[in-house]
Design a protein around this ligand. Structure first.
Ligand SMILES: CC(C)(COP(=O)(O)OP(=O)(O)OC[C@H]1O[C@@H](n2cnc3c(N)ncnc32)[C@H](O)[C@@H]1OP(=O)(O)O)[C@@H](O)C(=O)NCCC(=O)NCCS
Length: 413
């Protein structure tokens, strides 16, 4: 079996077939195929051959992830797909491990992905992120009075402006940005009956705030899904919410991921009454929570050097295990970050290989340690349910030092 880089000249038909077989493309949808080609071309693509044809495709996209105030280089695993004939040969796991290894060797400090199910990517060292809330609501029930200005209509032709607006949105801890603008164009193409609304208040006419929506089920009453929302200020956020409210004479339901830091229920009138009235209906109002993204540290000293924590200090030995090693060849460009480290956390942090007998020792998988470092859960909780342990005093100290806001990528991929 050969693992190699994708070639647009010779592999296009084979990778279209993979995505058709996985159900990621609909037959005869030109927009989806165009989106796929853009997406594959925008980042890095690896394929695995069986009998001379590509039967597995793994995609990664360059970007950054924010840890408190610093943006660290990251790589997003944006597609892992195996054709029907090639399943369960460990091809996808090994090709994904190689893709992560190559990007780590090229400088990605972190790798992230959206998982199809819990467990699969744990074998590659990924740890599960926090819950994302998805809220479905009747826009007429939005309890805000703001009167929005007439927005501009955003179309596919605006993809570069849209991408720029996404990149410059208000961002917080854990937020991800992906560099290639073609990624945004592909995502816009994938929205069914996609449409956008927004405002160009930027000094040079840039798109300052906008929403991009999917009106999949098409009818005049929705439901609509907000694929993303980009804004920089409170006023801009409220103007976009007011725009959604303005659709409420006709549209019965809008579904969106709760924006970072916002409790959307604050803006909804009588939410529980709506839940009961619409239960199991086409326009059901509800709030759901799913933890569907995962991250892993690829370079421990690199990540810790970029970590600045204002709440005190902790120094400890870390015995880190990394399961990805088992899926990589001996000559892979990077083989995970297992090892013994001395870690210092505080305003200025660092990690170096070694052991200091005078310090307490933590044992952890890279999966669990990534969750700790990102602030998905504190050390005292991870000790209960994940592969992380340390003496009680160290756990207590880390609970105090690693007081982080909930990490939120704010970009599904
Ligand atoms: C997901 C997918 C890529 C896996 O491809 P594959 O080449 O068959 O996967 P692999 O052979 O590497 O892995 C299969 C192994 O993973 C295991 N596995 C699958 N789901 C798992 C889970 N949730 N937890 C733990 N192990 C899991 C299988 O049991 C199997 O184990 P085995 O090797 O011991 O038999 C393939 O099913 C696919 O293309 N699905 C549709 C597209 C998709 O959902 N992609 C994932 C996007 S995040």
């Amino acid at each position: 079996m050969e693992f190699r880089e994708y070639s647009a000249d010779s592999d296009k038909d084979a990778v279209h077939r993979i995505w058709l077989e996985t159900g990621w493309l609909e037959k005869d949808s030109k927009a989806q195929v165009e989106g796929m080609d853009l997406f594959v071309g925008a980042g890095k693509a690896l394929v695995a051959d069986l009998d001379g044809e590509a039967e597995c495709l793994v995609l990664t996209m360059p970007g950054v992830i924010r840890h408190l105030k610093d943006d660290l280089p990251m790589s997003g695993v944006t597609g892992v797909t195996t054709s029907r004939i090639a399943r369960k040969q460990r091809i996808a796991a090994k090709l994904t491990a190689l893709a992560v290894a190559r990007d780590a060797a090229d400088g990605a400090l972190v790798s992230g992905l959206g998982m199809f199910e819990q467990g699969y990517y744990d074998r590659l060292g990924f740890g599960t992120g926090g819950y994302e809330h998805w809220i479905s609501f009747d826009p007429a029930r939005l309890g805000i009075d703001a009167a929005p200005r007439v927005p501009r209509r955003i179309t596919l032709d605006d993809w570069k402006l849209v991408h720029q607006s996404r990149l410059s949105r208000k961002r917080g801890h854990g937020s991800c940005n992906f560099t290639p603008p073609e990624m945004t164009r592909a995502e816009m193409l994938w929205a069914k009956n996609g449409f956008g609304l927004g405002y160009s208040d930027g000094e040079g006419g840039e798109l300052s705030h906008h929403i991009w929506c999917d009106a999949k089920d098409g009818g005049e009453h929705g439901p609509y899904t907000v694929c993303w929302m980009a804004y920089e200020t409170r006023e801009q956020f409220l103007e976009l919410i007011a725009l959604l409210k303005n659709q409420g004479d006709q549209v019965m339901s809008i579904r969106m991921r709760e924006p970072p830091g916002i409790q959307l229920q604050d803006l909804i009138t009588q939410p529980f009454r709506q839940y009961d009235l619409t239960e199991k209906g086409k326009y059901e109002a509800r709030a759901s929570a799913y933890a569907y993204w995962q991250m892993r540290i690829c370079d421990l000293p690199g990540c810790i050097a970029r970590t600045s924590l204002p709440f005190g200090d902790a120094r400890f030995n870390l015995k880190l295990t990394d399961p990805i090693e088992g899926l990589l060849d001996k000559d892979a460009p990077w083989r995970g970050c297992a090892g013994d480290y001395v870690v210092a956390l505080g305003k200025s942090s660092g990690a170096e290989t070694g052991h200091d007998d005078s310090l307490p020792t933590m044992t952890a998988s890279v999966n669990a340690f990534t969750r700790l470092w990102l602030g998905v859960r504190p050390a005292s909780s991870l000790r209960f349910t994940d592969d992380l342990d340390a003496p009680a005093e160290l756990i207590e100290a880390l609970d105090s030092v690693l007081r982080l806001p909930a990490p939120r990528p704010d970009w599904d991929f």
